[in-house]
Design a protein around this ligand. Structure first.
Ligand SMILES: C[S@@+](CC[C@H](N)C(=O)[O-])C[C@H]1O[C@@H](n2cnc3c(N)ncnc32)[C@H](O)[C@@H]1O
Length: 329
């Protein structure tokens, strides 16, 4: 645990276990017949910065839509969430849009503590520092960890809480993992607490695919960054130029399917895993899914996790939704 200044505490839970978990995940993913890497490995410092650039792209409407909802309706959201004292944010990143919620909480006189939870250490430190400067009196208790495994590290509740999970990041989880994750969040909610979930909504293929394959190639660079992470963290020798970015909408599964395609037959060595992996020319490896939702679908997903819809906020074009959920026993 690091106390950087009186208002900031950051706990880092990325330890030897996390390194072993990464080694295990990557070995499993690269040894499977259909190769796959988990999207959480995009986010080293460079990956986090590239994601920030993606959020500013013309093609990437989700951030704009979510920001618009938060800018227009945060006071309403905070009131509907019962004027919470603490905002916990999973996958907080730079917390750029979160300022709207924090300002609404400050204006409602309830803001006490912000708990950013992110796998990227540097961005969590930077965000904490900016926020205590911007919100005098705010306590920041950050957690650098994997939210899929360390939710129990979130500090004890003191007053009511709003748990925010923005950016459509829930869409990166497969249905089984998503069900388990939401059930665990449901377990954290006490009476009066709420979950605020950002979800991208189903829409036409053309806009979805453009959002994940911008003309300037920033998304492609972000996608390939996972290979640079494996080169550094696991002693791999991926040639980033030997892969190309692929972004396709799978309408049946209702999700974007992001892959890297090998441009040639090649072998890659991962020294730290003592593993050699063969790629055929044209072979694709999945690096991310991003599910798209409907209101009815989300209500069913909430119900399975013991949650009930308590508020629904969309942008005028209904491209994106923020929903409030509460535990139903
Ligand atoms: C899609 S970005 C969203 C960032 C920000 N919330 C937004 O809306 O712009 C996903 C964020 O979640 C973090 N993240 C991804 N997987 C994670 C995991 N398993 N545990 C903790 N943080 C994770 C990334 O570092 C990144 O900041």
């Amino acid at each position: 645990m690091t106390t950087i200044e009186p208002e900031i505490t950051i706990e880092v839970h990325l330890d030897a276990d996390s390194a072993a978990a990464m080694a295990r995940d990557v070995r499993l993913g690269l040894s499977a017949e259909f190769k796959e890497l988990a999207p959480k490995y995009f986010y080293d410092d460079r990956g986090s910065r590239l994601f920030e650039q993606i959020t500013e792209l013309d093609e990437y409407y989700p951030t704009r839509a979510e920001r618009g909802i938060l800018a227009d309706r945060s006071p309403e959201i905070v009131a509907a969430a019962g004027d919470p004292a603490t905002l916990v944010e999973l996958g907080s990143g730079s917390a750029a849009k979160t300022r709207h919620l924090l300002s609404a909480m400050r204006d409602a006189g309830c803001l006490s503590t912000y708990v950013p939870v992110d796998i990227s250490e540097e961005i969590t430190h930077d965000t904490a520092q900016c926020l205590v400067d911007e919100y005098p009196g705010l306590e920041v208790h950050g957690l650098v960890c994997d939210f899929e495994h360390h939710l129990e590290r979130i500090p004890e509740r003191s007053g009511s809480r709003l748990i925010a999970f923005l950016g459509g990041t829930i869409g990166n989880l497969y249905p089984d993992a998503r069900r388990e994750f939401l059930a665990r969040i449901s377990g954290l909610l006490e009476p009066g607490d709420r979950l605020l979930l950002g979800t991208d909504l189903v829409k036409e293929r053309r806009r979805l695919e453009a959002a994940y394959d911008d003309a300037g190639g920033v998304t492609a660079e972000f996608n390939k960054n996972v290979l640079a992470v494996l080169n550094r963290e696991l002693g791999a020798d991926f040639d980033l130029d030997a892969f190309e970015h692929v972004a396709r909408y799978d309408a049946e599964a209702g999700r974007m399917d992001i892959r890297l395609r090998s441009l040639a037959e090649q072998r890659v060595r991962l020294d730290d895993l003592d593993l050699e992996v063969a790629f055929d020319a044209g072979e694709e490896m999945r690096t991310e899914i991003s599910s798209k939702f409907t209101r009815d679908g989300l209500e069913a997903i909430y119900a399975e996790a013991g949650l009930g819809l308590a508020g629904w906020f969309t942008d005028p074009a209904a491209d994106y939704a923020l929903s409030l959920a509460q535990r139903v026993d």
